[in-house]
Design a protein around this ligand. Sequence first.
Ligand code: ADP
Ligand code: MG
Length: 330
Amino acid sequence: MKLREIGEFGLIGRISSRVSDGVGVRIGIGDDAAAAEPTPGRWLLVTSDMLLEGVHFDLAYTDPFRLGRKSLAVNLSDVAAMGGEPRHFLLSLAVPPGVTVEFLDRFTEGMLELAREHGVTLIGGDTCRSPHGLVISVTLHGEQAPELVVRRSGARPGDRLFVTGTVGDSALGLELLRRGERQGWAIDRHLDPTPRVRAGVALARAGLCSAMIDVSDGLAADLGHILDGSGVGARVELDLLPLSPFFREHAPLVSPTPSILALTGGEDYELLFTVPPERSGEVAPLLAETGVAVTAIGEIIAGSGLAVVGPDGREAAVGRGGYNHFCDGQ
Ligand code: ADP
Ligand code: MG
């Protein structure tokens, strides 16, 4: 079915009919603005991410269901990286001619499935026509007690550096997609990433982290944001980077330097965080309760910049090499 047969309000109606009531939501989709009751004494955390066809996703690689899930996942990951509990979100769409109602239904189903998994509610948005390319913008609200919110700026020399899950899978998945593959574990990691919401909240509640960020642009690039924000440097041991069995097997086939791919590849949506040394032993047991693996990969040092220790024990300064929209890379 063509979108013009149902129009803007038909589409909004199809979206809102799939939305169930949310905790604290007083006015949902359908009025001029939504209204929600904040939890007294907590900060509202607000984040927004835009996904552009041809820049952030390729409709030849993904399907609408997973695109819907990922559009929300990237925002959940940002709230998680602050230690926040996600609450509600807005969805704005610019839809080009040719996108079908069935495509948008599947997109909505995927997004709302992930929303249910995390107890978040769609409360509004905006819908318009795009001259070329699908544009998806999600704005997510979360909340947390002020003293538990984790920023990028609190890392101190001596703090231990941790990352959840494994890194490099998403970049490997994207490379495999470019080479014509359509299925596999790394491709799933790229098209349907898992935001570490429970891990982020658990870390915040325990007050363990001095700084935290999610790995969206690449471990080196995102660590760089912590280092800049905190005015410190870091030493990372290449051999300690957590690599999945799939990555270990397949990355050497697409890259002469798999560990550099793991260090610079983006979109893993893992949490990268620092913990004062006297509390670093609490990290693994805490995250074991959330079912998320965690690995110590290095430490924060005085000074600036990232030093990477290779397998031979030698240190090399490393450029950030992550994804940067306005640069060609370093
Ligand atoms: P307005 O003209 O006041 O901007 P709209 O006609 O754009 O209102 O939207 C009507 C209602 O539908 C509002 O509650 C708005 O938040 C909601 N809405 C619009 N687009 C979307 C969307 N893509 N997803 C969810 N809700 C939407
Ligand atoms: Mg509007």
